[in-house]
Design a protein around this ligand. Structure first.
Ligand SMILES: [Zn+2]
Length: 673
């Protein structure tokens, strides 16, 4: 949800959640934490463009306000950033007065409080306020508008992409040279389809010292695909001599090119099947054990620390297309100088070059988008292991869950959702096992003193034995994941609002998913796969005289990998199988549907989750952490990119057969490409 995931952060670690039972079948920790790359198993780090967070995402969650009435009628799409920002600000401010203070806290009040909870400046100004005033709302709207504007700028810059291919062009590489040539058009099309622009394409081919002092073939950055294709058609796969090649020289040539677009995304995609010179380990570089004419490296080799310092200074993202295992040691050595692992893609089949390059570019774009607005945080101490529950104290708590909205009208009218509160017991691991940009994830266990009615094996009451001595007797336990905001609230009284904003976002998305399944099921394109959202609950634990709030979710069952289908901007996952094609198509259709079904009021995006099945055994895309764009409305947390997010979606969207079956149409004003 909203939180974060958005953050296109590569710091987010990758692991999928493994998990326990999920009573009602689902659960998981947040997508934010576990973007898992589909399709490129060799890739050690995350490969998925994450959610985008507005710059300075300090504002916790919040967004605009709304105009109650502004939700009707199909929205047209603004074509310039300034006009959409102006429209949004106008709508937000005019609606300030429409928030009706009622008995129950309204979504608007939660949104305002959630924002103030993370904003020291606002918190200071409004310290001691006992109710949400229109002045506070206006101040939050103002900040929100500003941060979305910055985010859009950062993303626009990051979407200008330069790519340099670095290829070993010796005898064994004919297939891959041809592969790049054949697929460059496809690569450019795929990248453009996500809303990115190609700022430049370049090529460096390298051979070896035995092929002459200048054994490189360089094409400086060009904007024309044909120029690159022509250049590649003249390259002959020859030479190479001994086992290693002049890899270091090739990379250095690429780095020294004049890269376009400072501030844009710069990708160096290197494909090779042999390591650099260096067998003896001289200088710490032991790349291989085979025949080497320069076993200590060539005297003219640029030192690795110099090479990688230049790569970092020029903000170039280095990716490697792997053909065999000969470069594994090289990548480890390079990683030490690069300062992080080098993402690898399996390109042993030259046909996979296009998808590997596209994924690399999307990863870089999303990382750059986020970094422009936010900084990587220091590594937090994590504990990936499941705690020994016997040692973890049992805390009494309340668990609150929200009912789904009754109708689209209830959503647009910002009706408060009904809450159900139960008393319960929780154990929370002392340390988090993962973190995203905004939240920490902890293992936890909810304990029950009566048999669970939804467990098939619960007919025989059992006793939970691994609890600390002196705990009450429990007959069942459920493994859960608990998520807590990293940033402490500026005012503890406002902390709960941050969680309420996320819960409401999930509830609205879940309601719209039900509508979607039902509508699509009645069309000729009925899909066998249903969409479902994981519903979090809010746990409130009594601690140190105060309260600790955590969002609680069931753990995902099994070891399914989290798949990110879309983010809250223009990213759509590149699919690599028919099955994934269907899922990606359903994901984008769902986003399109939510916008039409709510008459342009909002759009659910940032779809990620696992493959699962429901109680009837039907396939389910179990989704978590959605973002909702809601133009002109302060609602749904900081991943609400308002009209800018909706525009970005439509720019990249091509209607699917499911869109057609549902009668969905593209917005009336044509988008500038
Ligand atoms: Zn569509």
């Amino acid at each position: 949800m909203a939180d974060s995931s958005f953050t296109v952060f590569s710091e987010t670690s990758s692991g999928s959640y493994v998990g326990g039972r999920g009573g009602s079948g689902t659960g998981g920790s947040g997508a934010e934490f576990s973007a898992v790359a589909g399709g490129c198993a060799a890739h050690p780090s995350k490969t998925i463009p994450d959610t985008v967070l507005p710059a300075g995402a300090r504002a916790g969650s919040s967004r605009g306000i709304s105009g109650g009435g502004s939700g009707t009628g199909r929205r047209t799409v603004a074509t310039t950033e300034d006009s959409l920002m102006a429209a949004m600000r106008g709508a937000m401010e005019s609606s300030v007065t429409t928030g009706k203070p009622g008995k129950r806290t309204s979504p608007l009040e939660y949104a305002v409080c959630a924002c103030i909870a993370e904003d020291a400046e606002l918190s200071h100004v409004y310290a001691g306020a006992t109710a949400v005033s229109s002045e506070m709302t206006k101040a939050v709207c103002h900040k929100t508008t500003h941060s979305i504007r910055s985010a859009v700028k950062a993303i626009s810059a990051a979407q200008k992409v330069s790519i340099c291919f670095v290829l070993d062009t010796t005898g064994s590489m004919a297939g891959h040279i041809q592969g790049v040539k054949n697929q460059i058009g496809q690569i450019v099309t795929q990248i453009r389809s996500t809303g990115c622009k190609i700022a430049g394409l370049a090529f460096v081919g390298y051979k070896d010292w035995c092929d002459g002092a200048d054994h490189f073939e360089r094409l400086p950055f060009v904007s024309d695909v044909t120029a690159l294709e022509n250049f590649l058609s003249r390259i002959r796969p020859t030479g190479g001599g001994d086992f290693p090649e002049d890899v270091v020289g090739g990379l250095h040539n690429a780095v020294c090119l004049e890269w376009p677009q400072h501030g844009g995304t710069r990708v160096l995609f290197h494909i090779g099947d042999a390591p650099p010179h260096g067998r003896t380990g001289g200088g710490g570089q032991h790349y291989h054990n085979q025949g080497d004419d320069h076993p200590d490296g060539h005297p003219s080799d640029v030192p690795l620390n110099t090479l990688f310092q230049k790569i970092r200074e020029k903000e170039i993202d280095y990716y490697f297309g792997k053909i065999n295992g000969h470069c594994d040691d090289m990548l480890k050595i390079f990683a030490r100088h690069y300062g992080r692992a080098i993402p690898q893609y399996d390109t042993s089949n030259p046909a996979s070059i296009a998808s590997s390059v596209s994924k690399s570019v999307m990863e870089s774009v999303s990382t750059r988008s986020a970094l422009a607005g936010d900084r990587r945080r220091d590594e937090l101490p994590l504990d990936k292991s499941m705690p020994k529950w016997m040692m973890v104290p049992v805390a009494s708590c309340t668990v609150m869950k929200l009912k789904l909205p009754a109708s689209v009208k209830a959503i647009v009218d910002m009706e408060s959702l009904e809450q159900t509160v139960t008393r319960s017991y929780l154990q929370v691991a002392p340390r988090p096992f993962d973190h995203g940009s905004c939240r920490l994830a902890f293992y936890g266990r909810q304990l029950f003193s009566a048999p669970r009615t939804n467990d098939s094996d619960s007919s025989v009451p059992s006793v939970v034995t691994d609890v600390p001595r002196g705990s009450p007797g429990f007959t069942a336990s459920d493994e859960v994941v608990l998520k807590q905001f990293i940033k402490p609230p500026t005012d503890v009284k406002l902390d709960r609002s941050r969680y309420m904003v996320d819960l409401e976002t999930q509830a609205v998305a879940a309601f719209l998913a039900d509508c979607f399944n039902e509508r699509l099921g009645r069309t000729s394109a009925a899909s066998p796969i249903r969409l479902k959202f994981l519903m979090a609950k809010l746990a409130r634990l009594k601690e140190d005289g105060g309260y600790r709030f955590m969002a609680m979710e069931k753990k995902f069952r099994g070891t399914e990998a989290m798949v990110k289908y879309t983010n809250n901007y223009s990213f759509v996952r590149a699919s690599d199988s028919d099955e994934m094609n269907i899922r990606c198509a359903l994901a984008v259709t769902f986003s399109h549907f939510t916008h039409e079904h709510t008459n342009g009021y909002c759009m659910v995006t940032d779809l990620q989750g696992i493959e699962s099945s429901d109680v009837k055994g039907r396939d389910v895309m179990l989704l978590t952490d959605p973002a909702i764009h809601c133009p002109g409305v302060l609602r749904f947390g900081k991943t609400n990119m308002q009209q800018a997010g909706i525009d970005a979606f439509y720019k990249a969207h091509k209607c699917t057969k499911y869109c057609a079956a549902l009668g969905l149409r593209m917005p009336s004003i044509s988008l500038e490409k």
